[in-house]
Design a protein around this ligand. Structure first.
Ligand code: FAD
Length: 351
């Protein structure tokens, strides 16, 4: 099956939906192709206790405020899934599921998008595939030797699965701190971080992070000194469960170990900790393998962009992956502006 449209959006999570909202406003013909069977992107797969780090009203996509979740100032992931499901219905966005894109090719006048349900020919493509699908695991000696269970953030669901076990949580970011706090009352926990954990001030949540990311982008764009953005404030949002565990003295971190051994981990001085499981909360990378046929990666493995547009392929935009494609663009509230600019630029290109 071969079809034609102005724009193919790859990925139907929040970034793909925000793109759809603005493409519609520009009057463009488009389709959103999403590999998931149901709406909600990565929010369908997070651990059960996850809460947003901002109140609902500060977690909204363009056009429609996220309603508050009754009884919860910081909504659950399930609430986000409901919001995104409602959003795509409300704006009647043409999302096709499940459709997985295998590759985007330069076909001369058009870009061709190969999927498991046929090929789409488009005048422009927006890639909005997120990072959840490409978990990052650091190279650590002895990984194959460890006899227990190893998993990444993406596979962690609930503390009950580790009841009474000796668990090592690796990572000093939000996922590491939240999963450590989730497990602290249920397991014999060792939390390991590369540098001492940097908690943000208790009154800082996603709202302040969005402001910090925006201020940094503005400073850089205007040639002023780098403000340091979010990273200058700290690494861990003190959401209520993290705050509580920290205040009770239960979130003490150990430094990074040097290798895995059959029964656990070992630090450089030979000290060991026994473990049944290791949970790697060590981050994500952009899921961009479908763009490989375009050969846009530079020497450092990055695709060079100006705003969201690929410098070497002006028909391609990258949306939502992180600050490098728009300040706070990997957040619900932050993706709206780059989505609007992307749709405008595509409308200009195609006119
Ligand atoms: C643990 C965690 C907590 C977070 N907490 C917050 C928070 O509190 N507030 C906030 O604003 N942000 C938060 N974020 C950041 C961000 O909002 C989420 O990561 C969000 O899911 C990103 O949306 P997205 O649309 O870019 O990607 P995703 O939600 O991952 O959606 C991408 C979609 O593209 C699909 N896809 C991928 N590859 C293909 C392909 N080849 N073909 C077709 N479809 C494909 C995927 O299946 C998916 O449906 C958090 C992130 C994490 C990891």
């Amino acid at each position: 099956m071969t079809q034609h449209t102005d724009v193919v959006v790859i990925g139907g999570g929040q970034a793909g939906l925000a793109a759809g909202y603005h493409l519609r406003r520009q009057g463009l013909d488009f389709v959103v192709l999403d590999a998931q069977a149901t709406p909600g992107g990565a929010w369908q797969h997070t651990w059960e206790s996850l809460r947003l780090f901002s109140p609902a009203a500060f977690s909204s996509l363009p056009g429609r405020l996220m309603p508050a979740q009754p009884g919860e100032e910081y909504p659950e992931a399930g609430h986000v899934v409901e919001y995104l499901s409602d959003y795509e219905k409300r704006y009647d966005l043409p999302v096709l599921r499940p459709v997985r894109v295998h590759g985007v090719h330069d076909d001369g006048r058009l870009l061709s998008v190969d999927t498991d349900s046929g090929t789409w020919h488009a005048r422009a493509v927006i890639s909005a595939t997120g990072t959840w699908w490409r978990p990052f695991l650091p190279a650590v000696p002895g990984r194959e030797d460890f006899g227990g269970r190893q998993l990444h953030t993406v596979s962690y669901r609930r503390p009950r699965d580790f009841e009474g076990r000796r668990v090592i949580v690796v990572g000093g970011g939000n996922s590491g701190a939240q999963i450590a706090a989730d497990l602290v009352h249920h397991t014999e926990l060792t939390w390991v971080t590369q540098r001492p954990p940097r908690f943000l001030a208790d009154d800082i949540d996603g709202r302040a992070l969005f402001d910090a990311a925006t201020a940094r982008r503005r400073a850089l764009d205007e040639g002023r000194t780098d403000t340091g953005g979010v990273a200058a404030l700290g690494d861990i949002v003190a959401v209520p469960p993290v705050r509580e565990a920290r205040d009770r003295g239960l979130l003490k971190a150990s430094p990074m170990f040097s290798r895995l051994v059959p029964g656990g981990i070992e630090w450089a001085d030979g000290t060991r900790a026994e473990a049944d499981a290791i949970i790697w909360c060590t981050g994500f990378r952009p899921a961009l393998s479908h763009l490989a046929p375009l050969r846009l990666r530079g020497p450092h493995g990055h695709i060079a962009v100006r705003g969201t547009r690929a410098l070497d392929e002006p028909r391609l935009h990258l949306l939502g992956y992180g600050d490098w494609v728009g300040p706070a663009s990997a957040t619900l509230i932050g993706v709206g502006r780059p989505a609007r600019d992307t749709a405008r630029q595509i409308a200009e290109l195609l006119s």
